[in-house]
Design a protein around this ligand. Structure first.
Ligand code: 48F
Length: 264
């Protein structure tokens, strides 16, 4: 068989376009393909929930591949290890209660398993705004190519609709900041604003993370480091159990919102 370049181009364009069209109206749209966003996507997709992630970078993974200060290892506690076991990611006991994993094995497995469970992940797409209904409830995302934003080209975006949006954008909590800035909305935080993360305290940060994983504005959930940043809790560095547990909880909360919506 002689390989034809145009057939390759058609295969890519048609396959991508079909998948992108399928992502225009979903149950859950997640901004950010870091560990928390991909864990959330995995647990949602596994339950048959139509889930899509938009990631602005070329590669998925957020802060996980870098491990701690570029030593590509992550640490998890017992609860995190249980999740890694479920994903079939290998861990080694370092000492009682501390488990070490390869950050690249972990992130590539999270990515692979969430896609195989049915989640769609689109990289190189920046979430630049949210979509709102008449009551200012968030009901979708506004997207543009990252390259367009980087080049500061004046190109209008496209929009997708979703029942739930999850901000999984990490330390910057970009989606929550957009909501405060553009809708003038009050978040369900003490100040109504993004409070901002506190300095490193791994124990307190990990403990606060799952509690902070919740609906912060109608239609908008926070997960991962974005949750601690929004609610003013500490950062925790290269311990990642909380990120996985937070993603799992974000999936459960989303599911609850979707089910409630179906009843009304
Ligand atoms: O930062 P990130 O890994 O967030 P996370 O899931 O995990 C945090 C840890 O990596 C680490 C930590 C552990 O203790 O503190 O920082 O909470 O992943 C966030 C992803 O969101 C993408 C960003 O490129 C990254 O891959 N992202 C950020 N803003 C946008 C976005 C945006 N506007 N549109 C699309 N993707």
């Amino acid at each position: 068989m002689k390989i034809d370049e145009i057939t390759i181009s058609k295969a890519i364009i048609e396959s991508f376009t079909k998948e992108f069209l399928g992502a225009l109206d979903v149950d859950v749209a997640i901004a950010g393909a870091g560990p928390s966003g991909m864990a959330a996507a995995y647990y949602l997709a596994k339950q048959g929930v139509k889930t899509v992630i938009f990631e602005k970078n070329l590669r998925v993974g957020g802060g996980m591949p870098g491990g701690g200060m570029m030593f590509n290892r992550i640490v998890v506690q017992k609860e995190g290890k249980d999740i890694l076991d479920e994903f079939d990611v290998r861990t080694a006991v370092y000492q009682k209660g501390y488990y070490v994993a390869d950050s690249l094995e972990t992130i590539s497995t999270l990515c692979s398993k969430s896609i195989k469970a049915g989640a769609k992940i689109f990289n190189l797409i920046n979430v630049e705004d949210v979509m709102i209904d008449d009551a200012n409830r968030i009901n979708g995302l506004v997207l543009n190519w990252t390259a367009t934003s980087m080049a500061k080209l004046h190109v209008d975006p496209l929009s997708i609709r979703s029942k739930v949006v999850i901000d999984a954008t990490g330390h910057d909590s970009e989606i929550c900041r957009i909501v405060v800035r553009k809708i003038g909305a009050k978040l369900k935080t003490k100040t109504g604003e993004v409070i901002g993360e506190k300095s490193m305290c791994a124990d307190a940060g990990e403990k606060a993370l799952v509690k902070n994983t919740r609906e912060v504005y109608p239609g908008l959930l926070v997960t991962g480091m974005a949750a601690n940043a929004v609610f003013g809790s500490p950062r925790m560095g290269a311990i990642f159990g909380g990120m996985l547990l937070s993603g799992k909880k974000a999936a459960e909360v989303s599911l609850g919102i979707i089910k409630k919506g179906k009843l009304t």
